[in-house]
Design a protein around this ligand. Structure first.
Ligand SMILES: [Zn+2]
Length: 249
């Protein structure tokens, strides 16, 4: 790219990840959700312990963690936005309906679908009458507004320490409507991320009566949502500061 080209297109553009987060915020606040926030430098308690992932639990290996020095302080770069669940529930009583979009960090090698830093969308709903049906409706409504196409949701059993049952969520392909295409690798389904019903131990860790209240939660990659929406094939493009990417939006 020549300098002249940059000057001609010098009017500001929003980064696709910024655009997508704005859209997500608009959709969920329209559905009555509050947008919550939390720190990226976090303690072991909020990132792991309170989420039913105690020290030495093998599930901790699911997250390759950046620990901060001095190590004895047990501080880290948060590996997920689930820390916001705990911080929000400590300060607010049910009913709770929040999303928490934000940056997370994983100590792992990068490739076209993995970055050491990326954005996650956390969602938490807690109330007296919350079920998987509410989760399904919330996801289908969100995806329809986000991708501009009606889709259906499929749950597959999975394991995450902070939910029980834990579920992988698939969305019927918004591009081919299940007929099979390159986006869904001819399966008709797109894997979206983890979800489930909030584990009673997580509610207990913040003093919420798990006999009275139930909740659902999900954590999806915002980068992945943006890649699907805009047809971007390499997540690393988001973080290279290349104006040729940003100028397309
Ligand atoms: Zn498809």
């Amino acid at each position: 790219m020549k300098i002249g080209e940059i000057t001609q297109n010098a009017s500001g553009k929003l980064h696709p990840l910024t655009l997508v987060q704005a859209k997500i915020g608009e959709i969920f606040t329209g559905m009555g959700f509050t947008i919550a926030d939390g720190p990226e430098i976090e303690t072991e308690f909020y990132n792991f312990d309170a989420l039913n992932i105690p020290e030495h639990h093998p599930a901790r290996d699911m997250w390759d963690t950046f620990w901060l020095k001095p190590l004895n302080l047990r501080k880290l770069l948060r590996t997920h936005t689930s820390n916001v669940q705990i911080r929000y529930m400590e300060k607010n009583k049910p009913p709770i309906k929040i999303i928490a979009p934000g940056k997370v960090y994983r100590h792992e090698a990068t490739d076209a679908t993995h970055e050491a830093q990326f954005y996650q969308l956390e969602c938490l709903v807690v109330g007296t009458d919350v079920s998987l049906a509410n989760l399904k409706w919330t996801l289908e409504t969100f995806f329809e507004k986000f991708f501009g196409k009606k889709t259906t949701i499929r749950f597959r059993p999975s394991f995450f320490p902070f939910v029980e049952p834990g579920l992988e969520t698939d969305m019927s392909c918004f591009k081919c409507s299940g007929m099979g295409c390159s986006i869904c690798k001819n399966t008709g389904w797109i894997e979206m991320g983890g979800s489930g019903m909030v584990h009673p131990k997580v509610l207990l860790s913040v003093g919420i009566d798990s006999k009275k209240y139930r909740g659902f939660a999900f954590g999806y990659g915002i980068d992945r949502l943006a890649m699907l929406k805009y047809g971007i094939e390499d997540v690393r493009l988001f973080y290279q500061g290349d104006l040729r990417l940003v100028s397309q939006f």
